[in-house]
Every structure is written in structure tokens, then in C-alpha cells.
Design a protein around this ligand. Sequence first.
Ligand SMILES: Cc1ncc(COP(=O)(O)O)c(C=O)c1O
Length: 363
Amino acid sequence: MTSPQPYLAQMPVRGRIQRMQPRGLPIVNLGYNELPHGPSPAVRAALADAGTHANRYGSPFADGLRADLGARFGLDPDRIICGNGSEDLLDVIARVFARPGDEVLIPTFGYIQFALVANRQGATLVKAAERDLTTDPAALLAAVTPLTRVLFLANPNNPTGTMLSVPALEALVDAIPGHVVVVLDLAYGEFAGEGYCDAVHRLADARDNVVVTRTFSKAYGLAGVRVGWACAPAWMVPHLYAARAMGPVNALAQNAARVALAETDLLQARIEEVVSERARVTGVLTQYGVEVTPSHTNFLLVRPAGDDPARTEALVEYLFSEAGIVVNRTREAGLESWLRFSLGLPAQNDLLLDTVARFLENA
Ligand SMILES: Cc1ncc(COP(=O)(O)O)c(C=O)c1O
């Protein structure tokens, strides 16, 4: 062997927005499932305050944040582990449980990072069929083998926006053999209805093989700060720390997350805005004849009538060139005629709806 041999294939480095907007319009980025609101004044102050002590490391175990999370959600802080976004923790879990020869199980349209995580571990990815773009518990169960080590399941899921009810999840978790670690990703759980996250924590609490992951990136609007956390069975936590970097959550992020966690009224108001805009935009698009998957998140997965990827591509292009709107074109096998966009501010959503209407009139 004459040159270093990488285990991983290349990953292209992509700019967030690769092209100039042809009319010089401001970019409205609805491609990343982010919240449209900037951080609150208190969160900005927390970032600035922590910045004045940036010569010091933050708490490597995010002790204060874990204590706050435990108090807020009725969880044992010793079972909580924080990460650099929840994506970090997905990798951490896979590092502990999956190696080449092991199987990582996901639903066909499960969150794309699950596949990337499995690939980074050299594990075999197994995809179970879905029904109506929704996880099919029976198909997942049928796909479990003695080699299955981890089941990753996002509820609600990205990019589909669909989810399993708590009873359905409970039945699934009960039926999954005990050798499988079940990761219940609640990145969008706050948008899934009052009490959904709490109920998922309660069902995980009683089990030794279930991990719940959550994030400050979505409902809390702190995607750029990068804080995620997991609540794992007590026995598993030291293993997770063994697989995690020492200080992945920087001091500024810890401070910002603690303040954001305390702003419960603001969180509630933002969730309500998303839920109301979700219903409104879904209603208008449906009237236009656009197909919309039933979303429990802050984004919608939609397709123009006709199941025609070329028409979807034309709409994506039209939204960008006419209005500066960037959406996510998943291009995943089986989703070629769909596009996904986050719900923005009401005025941004209006712009999107008007632009879609013009596209449908003209095309
Ligand atoms: C389903 C799901 N899980 C996890 C994440 C990771 O989010 P973060 O690393 O920002 O916490 C995302 C981000 O889009 C997601 O869609």
C-alpha cells in the first residue's frame, strides 16, 4: 500500500446557498427546519456574558444544564448527557453499540443522519418499509435480526413530518427484543402536541434499552448554538461518555441553553405560532391541489399534483429565482417528487404561498 487508505468515501463540502439570487432579492432560507426568530434578548445576554469568560473551559459534563433539564422534565440529571447538537449524540450512541457486521435499523425515510451515522461506524444499514410515509412498526419488528444493535426512530420524523402515537410507540418498544438499543429522537417533539415529549420520556424511563434524544435547535430556536441532549438508562450513561469528546458543548452554548430553557412562555408562544401557521399553510396548499403530508413538526413535505420530479424541480427553481426562497429538495429514493420547507414568519409563509400560486398559474 503506497498511500493512506480512507475507510470513508468523500463527502462533498456544500455551501448553504450555492448561487446568487438572480434578482438580488434577500434570501429566505426555509431549507433547514430552523425557527425564523432570532434568540431572545436574555439568550443574547447569556451568550455575551459567557463570552467574557471564554478563556475558561465550560463544564465538561454540562452540570448546570443537566440539573436544569432534570428539574424541568422530571428526569434524573445523572441519566442526561449533552452533546454538540443532538446529531453528536446519535454518533455517540452508535460508537458504543455498532461496529462492522452489526445492523442499524431505520424506517425507509428515517432522518438522513441515521444512515450517515451507521456508515461512519461501518455498520450495515437496514431499512424497513413505511406506510403512507409513516413508520410501520410491524415492518420494523420484522426487520430485527440477532445482528440488530440500534433502532433509530425520529418522532416526528424528518423529512416526512409524520409520527407514531405514544401507544403505538409503546407497543413497538415492548415488542422489540431487549438486545436492540431503541433511540427515540424527539428533535421535533415539542411541535407534536402537548405532553408528547413527556409521555415518551415516561415510556423510556421504565426500560433499559431506550434512549431519548432532544435538541435546542428546533423549538428553542438555537440551531447555531449546537446543544442537544439525551436521556439514557443509568447503566448506559458511562458508556456514552466513553464515546463522547470531553467538552463538546461549549460554555456559551451551555449558558444560552439554560436561559432558553427557563423562557417557557416564549417557547410556548413560538410553538403555537408554528402549529397555527402549519395548519394555515397546509390548508392553502391543499386548496391549490398540492399534496401535503400531515406534519407534526415545523416543516412541511409537499409535492405538486402529478408525482413528477421534473415539476417539483421547476417549482424549487421558481421559488428561488422569483422570491429568493430556498427549500430542501430531498432527492431521496422514493421522495423524488417531494420538497420540504420550514414554516417561516407569517409574512415569509405568505410569500411562499403567493409564489406557489403564481407557479401553478403559469406552469
Ligand atoms: C430528526 C432530527 N434529529 C436530529 C437532528 C439534529 O439536530 P441538532 O444536531 O441540531 O440537534 C435533526 C436536524 O435537522 C433532525 O431533523
